[in-house]
Design a protein. Structure first.
Length: 198
């Protein structure tokens, strides 16, 4: 398997398949960085694509080809910051404007999708530092040291952000759970109990 540095050099020599391999290798992590920065899945997907395109265009400026991943994540961060400063962030999706579906879920799959949607909504509401650490950790299955390198902080800071982010999520989800109708709380508590037993 070629290293990032080898693939960068091949891409610079005109082998487009080499950049495709880099995209395949790094696209999920770039998406996680973008989602962590902007907190909206749809916008994160667009920004990740923009990042990969900017990376291709700027590939000749990369001075350390073996650090391609960190370089690309830096481009992702700058792309997100540009987007956050722009007027585009005031856009509202049609899905957000549609009426909420008030029907009771008909099956466990619907319950799980609803629970996941609530969880992701709460993740997106977290302060950026916690959201970014959680998204990278769970999307990309990064180690604390990998996260520390990507975020430019110590592994202890990564641990603190993950711990605090999880605590904030737990607190917010419990608050939602306490306000849920009785028939939904019963189903959620049975699933939670089953998960803890595993």
């Amino acid at each position: 398997m070629d290293t990032d540095g080898q693939l960068v050099r091949q891409a610079l020599a005109g082998r487009t398949a080499a950049y495709e391999q880099l995209v395949w290798r790094w696209s999920a992590r770039v998406l996680a960085v973008c989602h962590g920065r902007v907190g909206r899945a749809a916008a994160a997907e667009d920004l990740a694509q923009e990042t990969l395109l900017r990376g291709l265009r700027a590939l000749g400026t990369l001075t350390e080809p073996d650090r391609f991943g960190a370089w690309l994540c830096g481009i992702a961060t700058r792309t997100c910051l540009d987007w956050l400063k722009s007027a585009q962030r005031t856009e509202v999706s049609y899905a957000a404007l549609s009426e909420t579906n008030l029907r009771a879920p008909e099956d466990d799959g619907a319950d799980r999708r609803e629970e996941t949607a609530r969880l992701m909504a709460e993740v997106e509401r977290l302060p950026e530092a916690y959201r970014e650490a959680l998204m990278l950790y769970y999307y990309e299955d990064c180690t604390y040291q990998e996260l520390a390198t990507m975020l430019g902080v110590s592994a202890a800071t990564v641990n603190a952000r993950l711990t605090k982010g999880r605590a904030m999520l737990r607190e917010r989800m419990m608050a939602q759970f306490a306000g849920a109708p009785e028939h939904l709380r019963a189903g959620q508590s049975e699933r939670s109990k089953a998960r803890h037993e595993l």
